[in-house]
Design a protein around this ligand. Structure first.
Ligand code: SAH
Length: 223
């Protein structure tokens, strides 16, 4: 049953990719990314009272004022990273862990930072339950990245930042990509593809208007 619903979700992602192609410049996403969207069970990452809506192509509340991102946005941002199987990727904003799990199927190791300990713990339970064993998590302020395992082959931020955090640019390998929504909280935000060239110069491309919860600039863990 949920197989059919998940296939419907993938069809909805493909339709939205077509609808937005003039803005994003993409009329399809990588087949491997779409295969992963078909495989990772989104219903395992949503709260029990939201299971009925797990495969809708929209964001859902996960508690603590946070959301699990819309599947289309997860697919698009993952595609923008252009990951290779040997890559090590950093995610800021573990949240439900759904985006993290998606990355874990496309990269060798995933490092994910979350500010709210309770969300991080819940996500880790799901990773264990589903057997995702290449995910490493940390509780902390994602504006600082995770220097210990840097540099990364890709960095993805799943909350809206007021600016591109300098630490994340430092922790990105030359020739690699950072995908980040930038803008004011609950206002206009733009999904930006940042590329660090092999000389270390930074190039930015605005890809799409988006609506993310804010990336909180705080060293104080939330509840
Ligand atoms: N990828 C997640 C998105 C969750 S919403 C998902 O699809 O489930 C964004 C997440 O970023 C929230 O869990 C929020 O607690 C977290 N967050 C906000 N500010 C942060 C910060 N400074 N550092 C790390 N995580 C942060």
């Amino acid at each position: 049953m949920s197989r059919n619903k998940q296939q419907q979700m993938v069809d909805d992602i493909e339709s939205e990719v077509l609808l937005t192609h003039r803005m994003t410049g993409r009329d399809h996403l990588s087949p491997r990314v779409m295969e992963v969207m078909r495989e990772v069970p989104r219903d395992a990452f949503v709260p029990s009272d939201m299971k009925h809506a797990a495969f809708c192509n929209g964001p859902l509340p996960i508690g603590h004022g946070q959301t699990i991102s819309q599947p289309y946005i997860v697919a698009l941002m993952t595609d923008m990273l252009a990951l290779q199987p040997d890559d090590r990727v950093l995610e800021i904003g573990t949240g439900s862990g759904y985006q993290t799990a998606t990355l874990s199927q496309l990269a060798k190791q995933v490092y994910s930072v979350e500010l709210v300990p309770e969300l991080s713990r819940k996500a880790q339970d799901v990773f264990r339950h589903l057997g995702y064993d290449n995910i490493h998590v940390r509780i902390g302020n994602g504006y600082e990245g995770w220097a210990e395992h840097a540099p990364y082959d890709g960095i993805i931020v799943t909350a809206a930042a007021s600016h591109i955090p300098p630490a994340l640019l430092d922790q990105l390998k030359p020739g690699k990509r950072l995908v980040i929504p930038v803008g004011e909280p609950y206002s206009y935000q733009e999904l930006i593809l940042v590329e660090k060239d092999i000389q270390g110069d930074i190039h930015k491309q605005n890809v799409l208007g988006v609506a993310f919860v804010p990336l909180v600039d705080s060293d104080q863990p939330g509840e």
